[in-house]
Design a protein around this ligand. Structure first.
Ligand SMILES: Cc1cc2nc3c(=O)[nH]c(=O)nc-3n(C[C@H](O)[C@H](O)[C@H](O)COP(=O)(O)OP(=O)(O)OC[C@H]3O[C@@H](n4cnc5c(N)ncnc54)[C@H](O)[C@@H]3O)c2cc1C
Ligand code: FES
Length: 262
């Protein structure tokens, strides 16, 4: 699989909320070949602070030229990125990893929590384009409506019906996405595609396992190199040993992983 290390021009930088930022990068080489679920490693500062690139999912592509990352400001790297300006260049490595596996013969359910919603928009667009007549169900959650609203607008614009859940009840169901998912009739041929906090992904995996429904999860582990050189991203697997989330993932069949059920 091809990968590029490119200076990518920031064509747009938008604050969707005080701490959620969307950056549109002009990078045809990456945009043309990226697949939903893949990510890029971005150099967030000019010098050695931070030294390591930061991983971000590709949240959508357009016109074979642009791709977007959507991120929450949580620390030094994301704070530096949020203070970039349109017209600057970012050093980006990608597209990396193995993305979602799509089979149009069945139905689809996308489940996202918090900023884990980012890669699901690209997937929703691809499903809407190639699996026509079979629109995916979308279940999205976050702590508050203020956090969730900017993340779900793009899904609504695709004409998809979005089931929302918030911890504080300010938007949609008052509670967790798993409660919403339990109330939905998932077809036996459905695949769920999940990205979000680990407990949420575990809960969805267990529900799907009980219903014998396929489940793919995107593991957003800590990553240092993004390409198999450091072991920083390893996750335990059911057959024994570990897998690298950076190149064997970040998307895995949930059944392949060894989940620690507390
Ligand atoms: C494949 C992949 C895709 C990702 N996609 C996105 C995305 O689309 N949008 C987005 O906002 N974030 C995404 N992340 C997480 C993102 O990489 C981290 O939030 C970012 O690296 C934090 O950098 P920082 O320098 O701002 O924070 P740091 O200063 O490095 O850390 C700040 C805090 O965030 C925690 N943190 C850092 N990385 C992670 C992580 N991977 N998981 C959980 N906690 C973490 C640290 O433990 C610390 O408490 C993704 C991660 C991976 C591995
Ligand atoms: S992030 Fe270095 S091996 Fe995966």
């Amino acid at each position: 699989m091809s990968q590029f290390q490119k200076k990518s021009y920031i064509s747009r930088l938008e604050y969707l909320s005080p701490d959620i930022v969307r950056i549109t990068l002009d990078s045809p080489e990456i945009a043309r070949i990226a697949q939903p679920g893949q990510f890029v490693m971005v150099k967030t500062g000019n010098g050695k602070d931070p030294l390591l690139r930061r991983p971000f999912s590709i949240s959508q592509v357009s016109n074979d030229r642009y791709f977007q990352i959507l991120f929450k400001v949580v620390g030094r790297g994301t704070s530096l990125l949020a203070h970039c300006r349109e017209g600057e260049n970012l050093s980006v490595l990608g597209p990396l990893g193995s993305g979602f596996q799509v089979d149009c013969t069945g139905s689809h359910c996308l489940v996202g929590g918090g900023i884990g919603i980012a890669p699901l928009l690209f997937l929703a667009k691809q499903l809407s384009r190639i699996c026509t007549g079979n629109p995916p169900l979308v279940v999205l959650g976050a702590r508050t409506g203020e956090e969730l609203e900017p993340l779900i607008n793009d899904f609504k614009e695709l004409g998809l019906s979005v089931h929302a859940a918030t911890d504080d009840g300010s938007l949609g169901h008052h509670g967790f996405v798993i409660d919403v998912l339990k109330g939905l009739q998932l077809a036996a041929d459905a695949t769920t595609y999940v990205c979000g906090p680990h407990p949420m992904m575990l809960a969805v995996h267990l529900l799907c396992k009980a219903k014998n429904i396929a489940c793919q999860v995107s593991m957003e582990t800590h990553m240092a190199c993004g390409m198999g050189a450091c072991l920083g991203c390893i996750v335990p697997v059911e057959k024994g040993g570990y897998a690298h989330a950076c190149f064997e993932g970040p998307v895995f069949d949930a059944e392949e992983l060894l989940w620690e059920v507390k």
